[in-house]
Design a protein around this ligand. Structure first.
Ligand code: IMP
Ligand code: MG
Length: 179
């Protein structure tokens, strides 16, 4: 796996420190609010969510959704489908969506609209990564871990064709792997 990575963008230590800081900020922002639910978008955000919730020092629920917007390739298809819906209602809850990466923004735009229609008390996004310059729709992420370049990123949950999710760091995939 490691030999397919062109460059390491964020080391395990950098990821840990940044996720901890995000958790501290979220803890401060949601202190005193009841019924926080962190929703992760499977599968890419699962590792980020697992680390993030342990840095949020408040009672919270976790739930999972799965959507598809990519096939096995590297460019978004622009079509978002719910593959797995939430197991619990979110009405009256403070929803925090944990996402791995904001790229075109189509996935998060769809989720904000779909979940926003279910009458949550509030809804915000925590995205570990934000690709710069690739947004097709306007999305406000209250919490962003890192900006990253418009290259194909793998590791710490992010895959290419379901591989590389278990890399402990985030790196750029060598183009020859997917070209
Ligand atoms: P968007 O709808 O274009 O913003 O795409 C969001 C989803 O595409 C993310 O949740 C990722 O699963 C996937 N994605 C976008 N860019 C990358 C990348 O560089 N590496 C791996 N997955 C990516
Ligand atoms: Mg994803």
């Amino acid at each position: 796996m490691h030999e397919d990575v062109k460059e390491i963008l964020f080391t395990e230590e950098e990821l840990h420190a940044r996720v901890r800081a995000m958790g501290e900020q979220i803890t401060a922002d949601y202190a005193g609010k009841e019924r926080l639910i962190v929703i992760s978008v499977l599968r890419g955000a699962a590792i980020f969510m697992a680390d993030l919730v342990r840095e949020i020092k408040l009672p919270l629920e976790m739930d999972f959704m799965a959507v598809s917007s990519y096939g096995a390739g590297v460019k978004t298809s622009g079509v978002v489908n719910i593959v797995k819906d939430l197991s619990t209602p979110i009405e009256g809850k403070h929803v925090l969506i944990a996402e791995d990466i904001l790229d075109s923004g189509l996935t998060l735009d769809y989720l904000m609209k779909t979940l926003g229609n279910r009458n949550p008390a509030s809804i915000e996004i925590a995205s570990l990564l934000h690709k710069r310059g690739t947004q097709k729709v306007d999305i406000t992420c209250k919490y962003v871990g890192f900006d990253c370049p418009d290259e194909f990123i793998v590791g710490y949950g992010l895959d290419y064709a379901e591989r590389y999710r278990n890399l402990p760091y985030i790196g750029v995939l060598k183009p020859e792997v997917y070209e």
